[in-house]
Design a protein around this ligand. Structure first.
Ligand code: GLA
Length: 648
């Protein structure tokens, strides 16, 4: 259940055997290698040198390690960039993003696809049936460093191609985009320009299509790699390592290509990435916020259709956030167990040894820079290895009582048209997740349109465009479904639906929206009824159908929370205590068993086991006596306990 990321090309060959032996001694079974090694595999066009990787793979295999091999496409070598400068991506301001770090390619370049096919095929042919090979990782972190979208000549060509296929005629394109507005009509697909460098905002429908186009390209590019690998590597699984808080492409679509999902978990680094308040950032600086890792575990378990790994786990301070504190002692262990409790098949640390050179020299590893000596994080990984050996495999994750419908297009739509500066999709979804998790409830993430059967509570924080498929899933849901603000507020072409929002779910929800208001910080509206508190950021004016029931009103008496049958519609943004009240209210109505957890404790169940994770500086006492398998009644700070559920 443990793995590690290793770069044999960074160390003298004479170290490999000892490194492999020490990995095994730590309880590590999997080693991921190769994902940035193109310049060593093919130092010049066609001059392949596999000999070092042959020896590395043999050495690791002999030591009893199983290998995850990365395709090296995240780092096209210099000779290739010189040969084909058009591979380089272009930023939104029109500047080329050149060689010298990584991910310097655009998914739109035809020659890049050919070169990728060539290197992936060479590697897959060479190692596809290597006895030590367990599986593959395609590329590395699509979208990292803001590389999902590119704005160059190659992108324009590919975008026009994509539009031709989608719309067939410029008449249909003009109609879909509403191009008559401001005389934006085009007479030929060659008239289409990229939605950047305009005087004022470009047409949101064009921006959404441009985003979809890039997202489709990423999924297709990944599919190309998977097809080649499958041809040469029968019986091996394929994954991709997704990231935290990256929503620039549709992960559900890439997930379709894969046998399992994986993601790179840097819980502390992400505290600075998410729009937390300054106070929260300070509070969670050295532990991470207790929902950051869990949110992504649950999301990627969904993306991987029930199967996921943590491909990279933070082992100590990282180098890339604005500030990079050392994790509190215990957290490296806690994060691993938390991942396992959420269903991770393997927790793989990044990286084996801190590199004393180049960009990531300030990034911790399991070993001190350049040495054979465990770092503080390495010592904690060693503890995890021992604990796993004692406890054995955890049961598979079972269906959670709560589902969150998570949608990438809604994220893009809210970025493209926030309407209120702080209407942020990812924040909304995260806060709803946090509120249910504080009640001790487990959560699954579900793709719009996928079955919602069996979920007692379905949360739809915001689904801007409700497709026919998504509507059908809502209709067939057998639990309570809560729709959040802006759900159904756009059709697939980014137009306001002809029957007004919430469009397709208007009948289910029993409401119609006539106006929306965004609220600047400090401008709140009081709520009363089933939930009390304040609406902030966003408020909708709704009319209710005769059979809908108003559960909560705004201070002007208009409806804020409405129910009709199993459906609920929340016509505003709420946070903090009000959001917590709402989730408690819904859970009470469903007789869901909840625990009021302090905000630094989270539960997660794995089969007959329940885990409690303590992200706080004080010990916490579990309310009832339990049969413990790890820890005890008192959960020490930055630690965990696990117990067997009492059979009733
Ligand atoms: C990412 C990458 C790794 C490494 C780590 C550092 O997750 O995949 O190559 O750069 O970040 O935290």
């Amino acid at each position: 259940m443990l793995g590690v990321c290793y770069y044999p090309e960074h160390w003298p060959e004479s170290w490999w055997e000892k490194d492999a032996r020490r990995m095994r001694a730590l309880g590590i079974s999997y080693v991921r290698i190769g994902e940035f090694a193109w310049s060593r595999l093919e130092p010049a066009r066609g001059m392949f040198d596999f000999s070092w990787l042959d020896r590395a793979m043999d050495t690791l295999t002999k030591a009893g390690l199983k290998i995850v091999l990365g395709t090296p496409t995240a780092t096209p070598p210099k000779w290739l960039m010189d040969e084909y400068p058009e591979i380089a991506p272009v930023d939104e301001q029109g500047k080329v993003r050149g060689f010298g770090s990584r991910r310097h390619y655009t998914f739109s370049s035809d020659v890049w696809w050919k070169e990728s096919e060539r290197i992936v095929e060479a590697v897959a042919k060479r190692y596809g049936e290597h006895p030590g090979l367990a599986g593959w990782q395609t590329d590395n972190e699509y979208g990292c460093h803001d590389t999902s979208l590119s704005w160059g000549v190659e992108d324009l060509k590919a975008f026009r191609r994509w539009l031709r296929l989608r719309y067939q005629s410029t008449q249909q394109l003009n109609e879909a985009w509403g191009s008559v507005f401001w005389s934006m009509e085009v007479q030929s697909f060659d008239d289409v320009v990229l939605p950047n460098l305009t005087v004022t905002e470009p047409n949101p429908a064009v921006r959404l299509d441009f985003w979809r186009f890039h997202s489709d390209q990423i999924a297709a590019y990944d599919r190309m790699q998977c097809d080649i690998i499958r041809q040469h590597s029968p019986g091996r699984w394929i994954t991709h390592n997704f990231m935290g808080f990256v929503n620039d492409f549709d992960h559900w679509k890439v997930g379709e290509n894969l046998d399992l999902a994986s993601w790179d978990s840097y819980p502390i680094g992400f505290v600075e990435k998410f729009p937390f308040s300054e106070e929260e950032r300070v509070r969670w600086a050295e532990t991470s916020h207790p929902d950051i890792a869990a949110f992504h575990h649950d999301l990627y378990r969904g993306v991987g259709n029930g199967r996921f790994w943590i491909m990279e786990q933070q082992p100590g301070p990282v180098n890339w956030a604005p500030w990079n504190p050392v994790p509190k002692p215990g957290m490296v262990r806690l994060w691993a167990w938390e991942g396992l409790a959420h269903g991770a098949e393997v927790v793989s640390y990044f990286r084996w040894r801190q590199a004393p050179f180049a960009q990531e020299q300030m990034h911790a590893g399991l070993n001190l820079p350049g040495l054979d000596e465990l770092s503080p994080g390495g010592l904690e990984a060693e503890t995890v290895g021992r604990e796993i050996a004692a406890i054995g495999a955890l049961p598979e994750a079972s269906q959670a009582p709560v589902a969150i419908v998570y949608d990438y297009e809604s994220y893009w739509s809210a970025v493209i048209q926030p309407q209120g500066k702080d209407f942020r999709y990812e924040e909304l979804a995260f806060r709803w997740y946090e509120a249910v998790r504080k009640l001790g409830l487990d959560v699954d993430f579900v793709r719009p349109g996928a079955s919602l059967k069996g979920y007692r509570l379905v949360l739809v924080p915001c689904l801007m465009h409700v497709s026919d498929l998504a509507l059908a899933a809502f209709e067939q849901a057998d639990g309570v479904v809560l729709f959040g603000p802006r759900t159904g507020s756009r059709d697939r072409n980014f137009k306001i639906p002809t029957n007004l929002p919430p469009g397709p779910v208007r009948d289910l929800a029993g409401i119609r929206i006539t106006q929306v208001a965004s609220l600047r910080p400090g401008l709140g509206i009081s709520l009363s009824g089933a939930i009390d508190g304040q609406a902030t950021r966003w408020r909708e004016y709704i009319e209710t159908a005769a059979d809908a029931k108003v559960e909560t009103t705004f201070e002007d008496g208009l409806p804020a929370l409405v129910s009709k049958g199993r459906y609920r519609y929340l016509a505003c943004w709420i946070e903090g205590a009000a959001l917590q009240d709402l989730m408690q209210y819904l859970a009470n109505g469903l007789d869901l068993q909840t625990v009021a957890l302090p905000d630094f404790i989270r539960y997660r169940s794995a089969g007959e086991l329940t885990f409690a994770f303590n992200y706080g500086p004080d010990a916490w006492s579990i309310p009832e006596t339990q049969e413990f398998v790890m820890g005890g009644q008192q959960v020490p700070p930055f630690s965990l306990s696990a117990w067997r559920k009492a059979s009733v």
